[in-house]
Design a protein around this ligand. Structure first.
Ligand code: BEZ
Ligand code: FE
Length: 286
């Protein structure tokens, strides 16, 4: 292994990483080397460009903390998160489509009761959210429904305070139904004060995601569904910075005047209703 040059080096590196005993590690390592070397051959970086690339990835890593995952943002904004999601959800049955998880889920979210308000004291247009969770055969499921979304200025709770708001976990009733109150969210920029933000700027891209409400829905015997519901008419539906919009996930609010809301609450001001039904795919046989 001496005197390697532009032509011979790839085969030699492939030989070295091909010694991995674990076949999956061998496959991944070989593919990585093939694609990485092809990438470098295609772009022919100057030494300064190569150093910039190394420094960029270093800064992505340094930006990561308990509350900030810059590498996930990089994966999201390069379309890799949605590609991995698509590869892992190929089955074309009746199940609700999936989309990107995002960085704003919080494990310690409040466990709430059906009908609760997940955003007490948060300013904004009142929003009643409801729906059902069913299996592909239409049977209602006893499911855990997790939801989270931004406030009416496009910020998640964790970005502006220590208090958890605009998120919660609910158990569906015997008919597979769930409902809760909140406030209307808004489109927002993904965190763009780090290297991923600089990358977007250099690529001439905006950092926005269209207005949406996140859902993660779990039921025994079914695949966990990670998705959002988007709102028709949003200015960023066609240019989501993380490529996560699917037509089947886009719906409209029902605009309601003051009066009796679907859960019997007396509303003294206009409010919105977001109603969306979910279908979980059966878990893959073991
Ligand atoms: C989100 O929808 O919360 C999100 C997804 C990807 C990147 C940033 C935010
Ligand atoms: Fe989001």
């Amino acid at each position: 292994m001496r005197d390697l040059n532009e032509e011979s080096i790839t085969a030699e590196v492939l030989c070295a990483v091909g010694q991995a005993e674990n076949p999956r590690i061998r496959q991944i390592s070989e593919s990585l080397v093939r694609h990485l070397h092809a990438f470098v051959r295609e772009i022919e970086p100057s030494q300064a460009e190569w150093e910039f690339g190394v420094s960029f990835l270093t800064r992505v890593g340094q930006m990561c903390s308990e509350t900030r995952q810059e590498f996930v943002l990089l994966s999201d904004t390069l379309g890799v998160s949605m590609l991995v999601d698509a590869i892992n959800h190929r089955t074309a049955d009746a199940a609700t489509e999936t989309t990107v998880f995002g960085p704003f889920f919080v494990e310690t979210r409040p466990q709430l009761s059906l009908g609760d308000n997940i955003s007490p004291g948060v300013p904004g247009v009142p929003l009643f959210v409801s729906g059902t969770v069913r299996g592909p055969d239409g049977a209602p499921l006893s499911a855990l429904v997790d939801t989270w979304h931004s406030d009416d200025e496009g910020f998640y709770d964790v970005q502006v305070s220590d208090e958890l708001k605009m998120r919660g976990s609910f158990r569906t009733d015997v008919d597979g139904r769930f409902w809760f109150w909140s406030v209307k969210p808004k489109y927002y920029p993904i965190p763009n004060d780090g290297p991923v933000g600089q990358m977007l700027e250099a690529q001439g891209r905006h950092p926005f995601r269209p207005e949406h409400v996140h859902f993660m829905i779990e039921a025994p015997g079914f695949q966990t569904l990670v998705t959002h519901v988007f709102i028709d008419g949003d200015p960023y539906l066609e240019s989501d910075v993380v490529f996560g919009v699917k037509t089947s996930l886009v719906t409209r609010y029902r605009e309601c005047q003051p009066g009796t809301a679907p859960d019997g609450t007396q509303m003294d001001r206009p409010y919105l209703v977001l109603d969306y039904d979910f279908i979980l795919a059966e878990a893959a046989a073991q």
